[in-house]
Design a protein around this ligand. Sequence first.
Ligand code: UD1
Ligand code: CA
Length: 497
Amino acid sequence: MGDGDAAKPFTALILAAGQGTRMRSSTPKALHDLCGRPLVGWPVHAARLAGAGRVVVVDGPDRALAAVVGEGVETVVQPRASGTGGAVLAAGAALEPGVPVLVCAGDVPLLGPVVMGELLEAHARSGAAATVLTTVLDDPAGYGRVIRDADGQVARIVETKSGGDATAAELAVNEINSGVYVFDSTALLGVLPRLSADNSQGELYLTDALALLRASGAAVGALQIADRSVALGVNDRAQLAHVRALAQRAINAAHMRAGVTLTDPANTYIDVHVAIGEDTTIEPGTRLKGATVIGRGSTVGPQTTVIDSRIGDGATVRVAWMEQATVGAGATVGPFAYLRPGTVLGEGAKAGTFVEIKNSDIGRGARVPHLSYIGDADVGEDANLGAATITANYDGMAKHRTRIGRRVRSGVDTTFVAPVTVGDGAYTGAGSVLTEDVPAGALAVARAAQVNVEGYALRREQPTEVVGREQEKASDDRSEDGLTDGDGSGEATLPAS
Ligand code: UD1
Ligand code: CA
């Protein structure tokens, strides 16, 4: 054997061109999400880890899968969903004599590289033409049943998805076909053309290849595994939810083994690509999705969703929603914060309660503690934005940027009408609406001056004391003060005390 054979131990063929009608979805079944990776991505990933020389995915005619299977994965198109046998036929040209092929249904996501390796090994050891992975289920409904002959050899597999293929005795068998097999490529290619669609579904069943191999005098082996969960197929959304719970449990267990505290693992949802550093605590009700990366010694949650975001070491993120945002080391977020795409919170910075930030750079140590919307802004280091500071970043036509310098202190209820620039160390008065730039070190006050109406309260009370005698005069007085509606009706326009 040359080097080429050593680098090409087996070909993985993943069948994913089925319509997935039981999902009742406009999205192909293979693209449904399972913990951050599409269903079809699971066997692809496992096959690569198991050392597949080639990974070939059978796609449907609309080629929906080509974009998601990843680099180095080949796709072939099955022109019509004619059954699992038709799917393998469509990939016939990818099968090389002398290279065993691991055929794997694209909807059996929990089958990992270890079991794939065990199946390949069992196949190589026995010298059979085909080796099928089986398990025993309490409720085998819908699965193909493994029918063994008197000496225990696999005679054939009968289908049970729709009635008519299996007898009552065969339906009583609870050893099921996992949908994963290793074949001798040449032997498989030899029997594929003899598959018939003369069955209850009118499809070419790959499973019939086993009986055809037996009939040709070849041996068919089986590897029965005790861990039945790895063979679970996903045909409908209930099965998807069941498999998701198992996949999530495994992901969470791996994080805990790697030094992450999950306060309530059953109530923590972590996608498969998420990375978390040691001594970080994930509190209940938290979802970490996509390409999220979290550092060491941080606390995330409770009730927090983090999507495609980065959180540094020693940060605290509580009751928050983050999407494509970055939180620096030691920064604090929430409770009740919304960090939208393009938010970068510097080291030790704070986005506090009822704070929304979008496309903004919040400098190291800067604080946005309460009730603010900061959009399209650069906030300098150690600035402190008072409660209810708002950037008016949109003028109805376009977005504009707000530039706030270092150590700026905005008073509560400051509105920055963008584009506007505030120099380092400047202050703004409470309630200011800033439309002009503020020089460094200045105090900007942009609000109406306060007016105190002397004796107002007393004059309001007078009419009741002078009822009947001076009523008319009192009414006139109030009109002069501008405190009535001006039509002489006596209705005050200022709020009653
Ligand atoms: C199949 C097996 C069954 C086994 C079960 C395990 C057959 C006939 N039956 O049944 O014995 O117990 O898996 O989960 O093989 N596909 C194609 N092209 C097609 C049809 C299907 O690529 O024309 C793909 C599907 O996308 C899917 C896989 O093959 O990923 C299995 O197809 P599915 O229809 O789900 O087969 P089951 O009825 O589950
Ligand atoms: Ca299936």
